[in-house]
Structure formats: C-alpha cells, structure tokens
Design a protein around this ligand. Structure first.
Ligand code: NAD
Ligand code: UGA
Length: 464
C-alpha cells in the first residue's frame, strides 16, 4: 500500500452501513485511505463492479460518490487481515441480528460477528489502533471487545512491537433511502469514549464536513445505550400512531387530520408520525428486543414489558390489515388474485429485511390467495427468498410491469410508499381487474376520491 495518506481507516463490514458511511468519509477526507473489507466475496465484487447499477446497496447519491472515490482513496476488498494490520483506525460495521437460538434467543443480539471481528483485530492489528464500534450494540459491549483485544497483548509479551488499543463508540443514525443526505448533514454525531486522544481523532474526521457543535461526546456506555434508545423512541412513535389509526377507523376520526393536529404541537413534532403497515427494516425490531432483553437482564421487568409492547403493536397492525382485506373480500381469499405494490420495507431502498409486506403476504397466502407482486427495486429472487416460496409453488408471481401484475386481480394492496404509484394510470388498472375491484392503501398515498370516482372500492388506513 502506498504511504501518501495521512491515516488509514479499515472498516470491517461492507453492508448498508459500512459501504455508504465509508464512502462519505472518503469523499470528505481525501487525505485518508479508507479500506472497506468483508468476508462476503460476492458483496465486495458488487462494490467493485464496473456497472454502477450493480452496487450492492441502492442509495440516492451513493453511486456518484463511489464513482469519485473508488480506487482513489476508497477501496473495497476481501483483504481483511492485511487491511487490519495497516490501519490506524478500525470501524466495526458488521451485522448484529437477533439471536435465533441459545441463551436470549429471540431477544438478545447475536454478537458472534462482533466477537470474530474483535479476534481478528486482536491478532492482526499493529502499534496503536483505535477501534470504533459503528454497529448497533448492547450497552457494555465495549467491555467484551476490550477483553478480547487486551487478551491478545499477553500472547507474546517478549514481542518488540507494542500493541495497544482504545475503543470508541460511534453509532450510526442514518436511515436507508436517505443515507447519503443523513451522512452529509446529520442531526448529530455521537462519539463515546474513554480517552481524549481517540475521541478527538474520530471527531476530527467528522469535523471535515460537519459543524463541531453537532458532535456530541459522552462516555462509552451512554453512547452505546443512546443508539438503542433512539431507535426505540422512533419505533414507539410509529406504534403509537398506528394504534390510533385503528381507533380512527372505528370512530370516524381521520388519522391524517389527527396527525396534523398533534404534530403542530412543537413538543410532539411533525416528523415520524406517518401511519402505515408497521415498521420494517433490519433494526427497529431487533434493537427494541435487545433493549427488552437488557432490561430483563438487569431485573427491570416493567420497563421491559413497556418497550416490548411497541413490537407487539407492530405485529398486530400487520395482522389487522390482513384481516381487513380478507373481511372485505367476502371473508375468503380462495381462488382470488391479489396484487401487492411494494415489497421494500420503505420507499427508495431495495432492502426487504423485516418488511411489513412479508408478514402481510404470508397471512394472505395462508388464506389461499394467489399473489402478484410489483416493486420497482426488488426482484423475484428476493421476494421468493423472503416468502420462502419457489416458482413451482405457482401462488406467487413477480412482475416487472405493474400493469401486467393487476390483470384479473380482485384487489391491489399498497404496502410501500413508492412515489411512482401515485402516477399510475389507475383508470387502465381498473379496466383489467376483476370486479368489484378493491384498493387497500396501507400507506395513505393515493387519492381516495379519485379512485372511488373511477369505480374502485377503497380502504385507506385510518379512515372510516
Ligand atoms: P449488513 O448485514 O448489511 O452488513 C454487515 C456486513 O458485515 C456483511 O456484509 C457481512 O458479510 C460482514 N461481516 C460480518 N462479519 C464479518 C467479519 N468478521 N469480517 C468481515 N466482514 C464481516 O448490516 P448493516 O445493515 O450494514 O448493519 C450493520 C450494523 O449497523 C448493525 O449493527 C446495524 O444494527 C447497524 N445499523 C444499521 C443501519 C441500517 O440502516 N442498515 C443503520 C444504523 C445502524
Ligand atoms: C431507522 C432510523 O430511522 C435510523 O435513524 C437508524 O439509524 C436505523 O433505523 C438503524 O438503526 O438501522 P431505517 O430503518 O433505515 O432507519 O428507516 P426509517 O425511515 O426509520 O423507517 C423504518 C420503518 O418505519 C419503515 O418501515 C418505515 O416505512 C416505517 N415508518 C417510518 C413509518 O411507518 N412511519 C414513519 O413516520 C416513519
């Protein structure tokens, strides 16, 4: 590696966080060399693809940054050990999903990827290395990482080379679909640490493009915990408003009017009050469940129950939307064809992890429905994988043309708020559907009155 760079950063994990975060750092800090490494060869090949439409993460603005920086000061590779050994700063951005078995299964985070990264760092790092927790972690994880790193120091006490580590927590708050803007203009950057040198080293990176007043420094544990709490508060707002959407349907109140009325109170605020089919994405559920687990671990059962309810309401919202569809289609879906517009967990992303479309589709399939899908960014393979079906099943078809997907369908369900749905030719769609033709708009994104004029029967979330 050439030495023209002031410092070298290695990021372990080239996923939705590692890829965009490091691209933005590289683009703002040409004096730094940024190596993003991953054990997943396919993913790295995609990051290095000459065809930029094949980058493994779709984010508006990302392609331009990768075009500008790749192979200049931003490098993607599988050379995990080599890049660790040359790095001054190592960001850990690996996955931390919910444990599926063993102690804490269903709640606790699975830290096996964190542990293996720490072990690799312990083995290959040289001189002084600042290790940065970028992944979302249970509070106190830095203690585990420290133990692993420091145990490597005892292995060869006679070694000439003095290996030292410090740990910093720098959780990421980007949201998918707006990741580049969130990284360029964050509300804040949070840095938790124990020593001024490391905190300043990481702060100085962000100061290259972020107002220093937005950089908050705390102790390690506050920083780790604040990330979990931040996601829990955001998800709580969604469950709160979704619970009220059901009450609106029962009483004749209109959920968007309620949102407008409460959101203008500056103490409540307008943001993150959009009702829908429930939150998806890889993090809200896992982070709240992790918070629940931590509370139980510390004997705070009432606190655990309180937060767990946020996740329970989220399941309930998906179940009740499915039940409504079935009820309105005369109580049975057998021999009926339903079209689902939108499979991504939100608009402007190709990510389908924990998408509400998954549970809702599964409920509808259980009722004997045939499902046709259209999503502008999600392909057949991904939909089949998420629903655990294959071509032979014949009950699930995925279309690239939204108009073909509705031929002969009894209903269209809007499950992701893709903007293009608003501009579809709904008259043409109505013509090719079986009658009565239903639209179930769980994202409150279409003009109900216009659709009713065309002839559709319309159910919109949170309205009578
Ligand atoms: P991801 O699954 O997209 O990417 C993680 C990558 O790490 C994978 O490509 C995996 O192969 C790689 N990896 C795992 N162990 C490795 C090892 N030992 N060496 C090298 N590579 C390894 O995950 P993500 O969505 O980027 O999330 C990463 C972390 O960031 C999680 O803790 C998540 O909670 C947090 N986070 C995610 C988001 C988001 O929007 N996705 C936002 C904020 C925080
Ligand atoms: C969320 C947080 O917003 C980020 O700050 C955080 O960094 C990230 O989780 C993480 O830790 O992974 P993300 O999941 O990418 O980001 O997307 P959001 O915009 O938060 O949406 C999450 C889900 O909530 C989506 O399914 C979305 O449709 C839903 N949502 C969001 C609503 O139903 N209503 C809203 O008002 C907002």
């Amino acid at each position: 590696m050439m030495n023209k760079f002031e410092k070298k950063i290695c990021c372990i994990g080239a996923g939705y966080v590692g890829g965009p975060t490091m691209s933005v750092i590289a683009s703002n800090c040409p004096e730094l060399r940024v190596d993003v490494v991953d054990i997943n060869k396919e993913r790295i090949d995609a990051w290095n693809s000459d065809d930029y439409s094949k980058l493994p993460v779709f984010e508006p603005g990302l392609e331009n940054i990768v075009r500008k920086c790749r192979d200049t000061n931003l490098f993607f590779s599988n050379k995990v050990e080599e890049c660790i050994s040359q790095a001054d700063i190592i960001f850990i951005s690996v996955n931390t999903p919910t444990k599926t078995n063993g102690l804490g299964a269903g709640f606790a985070s699975d830290l096996k990827w964190i542990e293996s990264s720490a072990r690799q760092i312990a083995k290959y790092a040289r001189n002084h290395t600042v290790v940065v927790e970028k992944s979302t972690l249970p509070v106190k994880t830095a203690e585990t990482i420290k133990t692993i790193l420091n145990s490597s120091l005892d292995i060869d006490p006679s070694s000439e080379e003095k290996k030292t580590f410090s740990i910093v927590s720098n959780p990421e708050f980007l949201a998918e679909g707006t990741a580049i803007n969130d990284l360029q203009n964050p509300d804040r950057v949070l840095i938790g640490g124990e020593d001024d040198y490391s905190i300043n080293l990481i702060s100085d990176i962000y100061k290259k493009w972020i107002d220093p007043e937005k950089i908050i420094t705390t102790n390690l544990w506050s920083s780790e915990l604040s990330k979990l709490v931040s996601n829990a508060f955001l998800a709580q707002r969604i469950s709160s408003i979704n619970s009220i959407s059901a009450l609106c349907e029962a009483t004749g109140a209109n959920i968007m009017e309620v949102v407008g009325a409460i959101g203008t109170d500056t103490r409540i605020g307008k943001k993150f009050l959009m009702p829908g089919p429930g939150f998806g994405g890889s993090c809200f559920k896992k982070d709240i469940l992790n918070l629940v687990y931590l509370c139980r671990y510390y004997g705070l059962n009432e606190v655990a129950d309180y937060w767990e309810q946020v996740v329970k309401i989220n399941y309930w919202q998906q179940k009740r939307i499915s039940a409504l569809v079935i009820k309105n289609l005369f109580g049975t879906l057998s021999n009926k064809k339903l079209t689902i517009y939108g499979f991504a967990f939100k608009a402007n992303t190709n990510d389908t992890r924990e998408s509400p479309s998954i549970n809702i589709s599964k409920y509808l399939l259980q009722e004997g429905s045939k499902l046709n899908f259209y999503d502008p960014k999600v392909n057949q393979k991904q939909i089949f994988n998420e629903l655990d079906v294959n071509e032979e099943d014949g009950n699930v078809l995925v279309y690239e043309d939204p108009y073909k997907a509705v031929e002969g369908a009894d209903a269209v369900l809007i499950l992701t708020e893709w903007n293009e749905f608003k501009f579809f030719n709904w008259e043409a769609i109505y013509k090719v559907m079986r009658k009565p033709s239903w639209i179930f708009d769980s994202r409150i994104s279409l003009d109900q009155n216009h659709l009713k004029k065309i002839g559709f029967k319309v159910w919109t979330l949170g309205t009578e």
